[in-house]
Design a protein around this ligand. Structure first.
Ligand code: ATP
Ligand code: MG
Length: 520
């Protein structure tokens, strides 16, 4: 199981810190993490009657305890489904209905939402509260601390837990960028494999300290999302890294975390890269210990990377990561020494890629089409949704990513857009990312999203949503002429709207469907 994989080398780093909260400095060593997660697992079996295959739902922000409860629930034989801690009761209701959990785990801040969601579902389930730095737990809930912490818990019940490599470990939900989130079944095997795929030829090649497990990893990306969960938490625990958790992004507290903790591995998504590169409060000093900066989960403007690297030491490596919930998530990563930041690099080990046309016939080198993926990290399927699974995993195990891209002669992948987000103008397809890249270069533009507005005669036309840099004036003509002189007539931007911020989901993706609903 993924737990066995993580504990395989426990004795090598037993007394080292596994996780520390970047704000309160509350921490667990590897030994403590091992013991407390097994305490928790044993208590789940004896006190809460958790059985193999039961779904346990976690709604928590990043904290050292996240690892204890997630690994503990797996150790007890359960399947873990993770919920965004800022979800509303209505959103949680949907995930509870779809995943059908037998137990909910929250933290002081999320309990009332979980209770409201249960009311909406008309169910009564036990709730465990992780109190973190709070002193009391909400009424009617069970204390995590009482279950998991302590020295004398009997672990013998864990011997009877039967879990195989093929059993489902995690049931995360996709980000819901293109539709409603879908439950993705990821067996233990997929999680172990994807951790190993990072060891072999991606992130680890950047880090000369592989064997001495000295790196300090930033964990500000949310753990409920697959990027934080596998690439940061599970993978880093399996190699003995020290993980610094940050519960939520807040500029000043985050800058303080960078000051107090010597981060080597800085995992980010594009909005964080933009923040680090453009915020005057982030200086060279804050990034002095950084060895690797990684970005993933959404398209990244090259100019933001270049600006950020101006603030770091020349030896810092930047790596773009590409993947998705359905692939556990990692599919490609930029190779060491590459500075082609507009690409997402090569396939990770044991992973085949193919570009296909709309009839799924293979295309050639540098041709743009849908990216298909085959490898051991591809999901088992969507939970209770054989139809959607059949559409996603076609014959011979190829997974349809829904992303458009191309592969060059060296196997380097470029992602150009998402199939569902193409704008259709007079029968032509306009990729919004292309117009966004151009507008990112405009001196007044901080952030931009292009969305198709429905039109009775031409189908759709591109509209630009612009966030200006501080102190710049809104100039519609300046913006439209800047982009329109660089593109063919059918791609021209016909409308501009200025916003204070773009709607994004926590993994950093622009929610074009929200812009569409609200303003188009
Ligand atoms: P849903 O499937 O529910 O619409 P989603 O696809 O956004 O949501 P995730 O699994 O979190 O949910 O995201 C995977 C997607 O993120 C990929 O299919 C791709 O479009 C995008 N993505 C991930 N990494 C990168 C990257 N490095 N560059 C560009 N796009 C990326
Ligand atoms: Mg998707």
């Amino acid at each position: 199981t993924i737990n066995d994989h993580i504990w395989e080398n426990l004795e090598k780093w037993a007394d080292k810190t596994a996780l520390v909260c970047g704000i309160t400095n509350r921490s667990y060593t590897y030994n403590q993490l091992y013991k407390y997660s097994r305490n928790f697992a044993a208590r789940l079996r004896t006190h809460l009657k958790i059985k193999e295959g039961d779904v346990v739902c976690i709604m928590m922000s990043n904290s050292p305890e996240y690892a204890v409860v997630a690994l503990g629930a797996l150790e007890a034989g359960a399947v873990v489904t993770t919920v965004n801690p800022i979800y509303t009761p209505h959103e949680v209701q949907r995930q509870i209905e779809l995943s059908d959990p037998t137990l909910l785990i929250g933290q002081t801040e999320t309990i009332s939402c979980l209770k409201e969601a249960l009311f909406l579902v008309k169910k009564n389930l036990p709730i465990i509260t992780v109190k973190g730095s709070e002193s009391t737990i909400p009424s009617g809930t069970i204390s995590f601390e009482e279950l998991a912490l302590g020295d004398n818990v009997d672990h013998s019940v864990l011997k009877e837990v039967s879990r195989s490599f093929e059993d489902i470990a995690f049931l995360p939900y996709s980000s819901g960028t293109t539709g409603l989130p879908k439950g993705v079944e990821l067996p233990h095997k997929q999680m172990v494999v994807n951790c190993l795929q990072q060891d072999v030829n991606t992130i680890r090649q950047y880090d000369e300290t592989t064997s001495t497990n000295q790196d300090v990893t930033l964990n500000i990306l949310p753990l409920y999302h697959i990027y934080g969960l596998t690439v940061i938490l599970l993978h880093k625990l399996s190699i003995g890294s020290k993980i610094v958790t940050v519960p939520k992004f807040q500029p000043n507290t985050f800058i303080n975390v960078l000051k107090e903790h010597p981060i080597n591995m800085l995992y980010a998504a594009p909005p964080l890269i933009l923040f680090l590169s453009s915020h005057p409060g982030v200086t060279e000093e804050h990034l002095a210990s950084v060895k690797v900066i990684a970005s993933g989960a959404a398209p990244l403007p090259t100019s933001d990377v270049i600006k950020l690297l101006e603030k770091t030491k020349p030896a810092v490596n930047f790596v773009n990561l590409y993947g998705m919930t359905e692939c556990s998530p990692l599919v490609t990563a930029m190779s060491l020494g590459s500075n082609n930041y507009s690409t997402v690099g090569h396939a990770v080990s044991n992973t085949e890629l193919r570009i296909a046309d709309s009839e799924l016939k293979p295309l050639g080198v540098n041709e743009v089409g849908e990216l298909l993926i085959r490898g051991p990290q591809v999901m088992k399927g969507y939970r209770n949704n054989p139809e959607a699974t059949k559409d996603a995993i076609i014959n011979d195990g190829w997974y349809r990513s829904g992303d458009l891209g191309s592969i060059d002669k060296d196997g380097v992948v470029t992602i150009t857009d998402r199939l569902k987000e193409l704008i259709k103008v007079k029968g032509y397809q306009v990729p919004p990312a292309e117009l966004e890249h151009i507008l990112k270069e405009h001196p007044d533009v901080l952030d931009v999203a292009i969305v198709g507005v429905p039109h009775s005669r031409i189908g759709e036309y591109p509209k630009a949503f612009i966030v200006l840099k501080e102190g710049r004036k809104a100039d519609v003509d300046g913006i439209t002429s800047f982009v329109n002189k660089q593109v063919a007539e059918y791609k021209r931007v016909k409308e501009v709207m200025f916003l204070d911020a773009l709607p994004r989901n926590p993994s950093g993706k622009i929610l074009r469907r929200i812009l569409k609903e609200k303003y188009c």
